[in-house]
Design a protein around this ligand. Structure first.
Ligand SMILES: O=C(O)CCC(=O)C(=O)O
Ligand SMILES: [Fe+2]
Length: 256
């Protein structure tokens, strides 16, 4: 599936260079990671699933939690953000899908663990969030948020004609130390549009690796009649982590 002639993911020198890029930029883009025939196959597999996708219709805060009762409703951490993109969940991806082969691949996981500097990768403990396919037809977007998972890998299958830009601001959540802390001041400035975000450009077939728990990120509304189609492979650095009930309701339309 992977163009391993172009991306020598087993090579320790390549891994070290990728780790440096990820640490420096908070994100790593590998263009042409999936072979073009695999991109075509995955589009053919999943294009029609847009009709079965669940489209978010509610709002969420940046952390995808229930409202924080000890903070006012207009506090940056409680501000409500719109997301309207659709997805199919892990339990809708067939067993024989190449996406499962890649997600489970020990070789791929060894590469990711090495680039991320962690011991092992763990799937989500729930049956929904490990592998997702996202659909963003015209006007649909993914609003500013921080991921629940330690990190995410995305694979773009089809780019929209316009919009659908991935924007991010690193350093919003800090998980080092005892607990996790949020830079509310910085968060508020981004939500107010007072701080220009960084932006990642990438083409179909690209792998994007980013620290979505720490970096606030969004995807701007799709413009035009071509649906943005993207795969998310979510992993955690510890076992037993499940999606928050709030994220489950907003993005999957399911009960905990
Ligand atoms: O669509 C993208 O490029 C990013 C997806 C994302 O941020 C997420 O699934 O949490
Ligand atoms: Fe995300």
């Amino acid at each position: 599936m992977v163009d391993v002639a172009r991306h020598r993911i087993d090579d320790p020198v390549v891994r070290a260079a990728h780790r440096e890029r990820l640490d420096h930029d908070g994100a790593l883009v590998l263009e042409g990671f999936l072979r073009p025939d695999v991109v075509e196959r995955l589009i053919a597999d999943h294009d029609a699933d847009e009709a079965n996708a669940f489209f978010a219709a509610g709002t969420h805060n940046a952390e995808l939690t229930e409202p924080l009762a000890d903070l006012p409703a207009d506090h940056p951490r409680n501000r409500q953000i719109v997301s309207s993109k659709g997805l199919i969940a892990d339990d809708q991806i067939p067993d024989g899908s190449p996406l499962r082969t890649l997600y489970d691949s020990t070789r791929f996981r060894a590469y990711l663990a090495s680039v991320l500097g962690i011991g092992a990768l763990h799937p989500y403990a729930d049956r929904l969030s490990s592998i997702n396919v996202h659909f963003a037809p015209a006007g649909r977007e993914l609003g500013w948020h921080l991921d629940n998972s330690s990190f995410a890998v995305t694979l773009l299958l089809r780019a929209p004609l316009g919009g659908g830009r991935f924007e991010y601001v690193p350093g919003i959540r800090n998980d080092s130390g005892d607990g996790s802390t949020i830079d509310s001041e910085l968060l508020g400035r981004v939500l107010d549009g007072d701080l220009p975000p960084l932006r990642l450009d990438f083409a179909p077939g690209a792998l994007v690796l980013f620290r979505g728990r720490e970096a606030l990120h969004r995807v701007t509304p799709t413009i035009g009649g071509v649906t943005r189609l993207l795969v998310v492979l979510a992993y955690n650095d510890a076992p037993g982590i499940a999606l928050s009930p709030s994220a489950l309701a907003t993005f999957y339309g399911r009960e905990p």
